[in-house]
Design a protein around this ligand. Structure first.
Ligand code: ATP
Length: 277
């Protein structure tokens, strides 16, 4: 009854060198990696590990990537599930999945648990203030609250689960139940912002390593002229540029291929006039 199960990557293979353009304290992340590499040392020194770390920021800016990089740097298994996978109307299914997820991660500790879109299961509880009378709605709400309670129980019991780091990601922190944000639950919060021009260039450079780019391409032109583009979109841009280059029968990606790819990804009324060379 507790399907679907978490997707586990023995090792994610992702490292901090794959993450670019995010101005967050690398030391803060390194500390988590150090803990995962040697939880006993922290225990011996009497240092309390963080219970949970909340990664917060807009879609496509690298929350999942950062989570995978923490596990990858430490070389530990990564248990990934989406918040929506815990939302079921059937009583007890969501909480059983939570129990199962934590149990499996503890057996294989040190390890990382990552729940993406955590807002789907951890929205603010409504309690007696709910004015909805619909039975199905109430049943679903109650079930979600039971699931959230189970998550809180697991986080509270983390001292017995040494060597497991719990990471959650959201782009709607405002929707989260305040109980989850209390110290001892998500006691660290890392804000991941959309990249600025410098960040966009660094992200393009990371993804340029994966495609065949002509030496003549000046990526800084694109970085400067694509405000608001997320890391995910910039990664997609270089993939698209590679396809355009193949179609144009170029041996490597040229500046004009990247420009054409921008055009292809910038559609409809949102299309902007760019001078991309
Ligand atoms: P969502 O909220 O939609 O789940 P997210 O913030 O978790 O988004 P990711 O899934 O980490 O975003 O990003 C998707 C892909 O975009 C990554 O696998 C990577 O290829 C690329 N990407 C995003 N941000 C970065 C970044 N900062 N550096 C390098 N690549 C990035």
């Amino acid at each position: 009854q507790s399907k679907p199960q978490a997707r586990v990557d023995g090792s994610t293979g992702v490292t901090f060198s794959d993450v670019a353009g995010i101005e967050i304290a690398v030391e803060e992340l390194q500390e988590l990696v150090k803990y995962l590499k040697n939880p006993e040392l922290f225990d011996k020194m009497g240092i309390k590990p963080p219970h949970g770390v909340l990664l917060e920021g807009p879609p496509g800016c690298g929350k999942t990537l950062v989570a995978k990089a923490i596990a990858g740097e430490a070389g530990v298994p990564f248990y990934q599930m989406a918040g929506s996978e815990f939302v079921e109307v059937l009583v007890g299914v969501g909480s059983a999945r939570i129990r199962d997820l934590f149990k499996r991660a503890k057996v294989n500790r040190p390890s990382v648990i990552f729940i993406d879109e955590i807002d789907a299961l951890a929205t603010r509880r409504q309690g007696i203030f709910s004015d909805k009378t619909d039975d199905l709605y109430n049943a679903a709400t109650q079930e979600r609250e039971t699931t959230l309670n189970q998550l809180l129980i697991e986080l509270d019991g983390f001292d017995t689960g040494k060597g497991v780091i719990f990471l959650g990601a959201t782009n709607r922190k405002d929707l989260l139940d305040p109980a989850l944000l209390r110290p001892g639950r998500f006691d660290r919060k890392i804000r991941i912002r959309p990249p600025n021009a410098k960040g966009r260039l660094e992200i393009l450079q990371v993804h340029a390593r994966k495609v065949k780019l002509s030496e003549s391409v000046d990526l800084s032109v694109f970085a400067q002229n694509l405000p608001g583009w997320s890391g995910a979109r910039l990664a997609q841009l270089l993939q698209e540029a590679a396809l355009v280059a193949v179609r144009n029968k170029h041996e490597s990606i040229l500046q004009s291929d990247v420009g054409e790819a921008v055009d292809r990804l910038t559609v409809g009324p949102k299309r902007v006039a760019l001078d991309l060379g």
